[in-house]
Write a protein that binds this ligand. Structure first.
Ligand code: ASP
Length: 371
């Protein structure tokens, strides 16, 4: 059992530095949530934080513990731990969830999309920040990139070390995220991921290392910019990813179930039947090479497609690369540049708004750069 006394210095410092007026919102009881509004300074941008959990909201039992820690810091504690945030912004905060990012589900994702679209439509709000576990951060970032329609910055941020660690990365990552969300230079750049002084596109960035601070990158597309001495420097003018599709989910209350099947030597066919029987409305293969699955898995996939029409998308289990377009009569759809986890989100979105195979194919093909 973990000793609480380890947290006392941290909690004491959080309590001591508390210029923040906390009020319980209680808007609805889906999640434990609080509203936070820091004092308003009219010369600073208004930024809204949506906190979901993850390592950035975690504490270990010693300051050298960097795995096996527990999640639980609330949004007000994240803000209070970095009083410098009040020098650069007025912050409103919502606790959407407080979970490891493996537990982010359709309800949380849809809540984020609805609330962020509503928040950004207010002329008083300059930008929003989502705090999130790094493990599936790229999925939520891509989801928001596909569902939030605004020229204002949306920044998604996490940490690789818990708040109690020596050299915890969360506080500076959060500071930079707030700075970015309030920066005029960040407008028209869609949803961005920032950690470890880097600014990446939500469309292309992926988590590449399970443990290290420099885990977020996009080998092919590169970074959008980086922070030096707390100034965000961008390499290019704002640009739109060629494949981006924006979905209107205003009426959606759930997302279609899509499963990812990881291909390997001698991949068994029964996984496909089991996924379809388990209620999957779409399948994504993390295929070998450029989207391959074993011959016997292919036979099972064709049979399942013929019987049910469940769309099947071939992505790649390699970290990077693309799956070239398949021929028109092929029942498997190429994922183009989407990795399996992003392909799953895109397929979920398409199925949720009622797309058929042809529209799904077109949306994936859009990600391929025009030759
Ligand atoms: N280890 C994770 C993180 O880095 C935990 C999570 O994804 O929630 O945030």
């Amino acid at each position: 059992m973990k000793s609480f006394t380890h947290f006392l210095p941290l909690l004491a410092s959080l309590a001591a530095a508390s210029p923040i007026d906390l009020t319980k919102a209680g808007l609805h009881n889906l999640f434990t949530r609080q509203d936070i509004q820091t004092p308003i300074n009219a010369s600073l941008p208004n930024i809204t934080i949506f906190a979901t959990g993850g390592t950035i909201a975690s504490q270990g039992s010693t300051n050298t513990q960097t795995t096996g820690y527990s999640i639980g810091l609330g949004v007000q504690q994240l803000i209070t731990a970095v009083p410098e945030l009040l020098n650069i912004s007025n912050i409103a905060g919502y606790q959407i969830s407080n979970v490891g990012s493996g537990d982010i589900n359709s309800t949380i994702s849809l809540t984020l999309a609805h609330m962020i679209n509503a928040e950004l439509s207010k002329s008083s709000v300059s930008g929003v920040v989502v705090t999130h576990g790094t493990d599936t951060l790229e999925e939520t970032a891509f989801f928001l990139s596909s569902t939030v329609n605004s020229t204002k910055p949306v920044v998604i941020v996490g940490a690789m070390r818990p708040a109690t660690a020596l050299s915890a990365d969360g506080p500076l990552n959060l500071y930079q995220a707030i700075l970015l969300a309030g920066s005029p230079a960040a407008r028209n750049r869609g949803v961005m991921i920032t950690l470890n002084d880097r600014i990446g596109s939500a469309f292309y960035t992926t988590k590449n290392n399970a443990n290290t601070l420099d885990t977020f990158s996009s080998t092919e597309a590169g970074q959008l910019g980086s922070f030096v001495n707390q100034v965000p420097y961008f390499f290019y003018a704002p640009a739109e990813p060629v494949g981006r599709t924006v979905f209107d989910l205003a009426n959606a209350t759930s997302l279609a179930k899509v499963d990812i099947l990881f291909a390997h030597q001698d991949m068994a066919p029964d996984l496909i039947d089991s996924a379809v029987q388990g209620g999957a409305k779409g399948l994504v293969f993390a295929g070998v090479g450029a989207g391959g699955i074993s011959s016997k898995a292919n036979v099972a996939a064709q049979a399942a497609f013929n019987a049910t029409g469940v769309p099947m998308v071939a992505s790649h289990r390699s970290a990077d690369g693309l799956v070239p377009p398949t021929s028109d009569d092929d029942f498997i759809i190429s994922s183009g540049y989407y990795n399996p986890q992003k392909a799953r989100v895109l397929l979920q979105l398409g199925l949720t708004i009622g797309w058929g195979n042809e529209e799904i194919k077109e949306a994936f093909a859009k990600s391929l750069p025009v030759p």
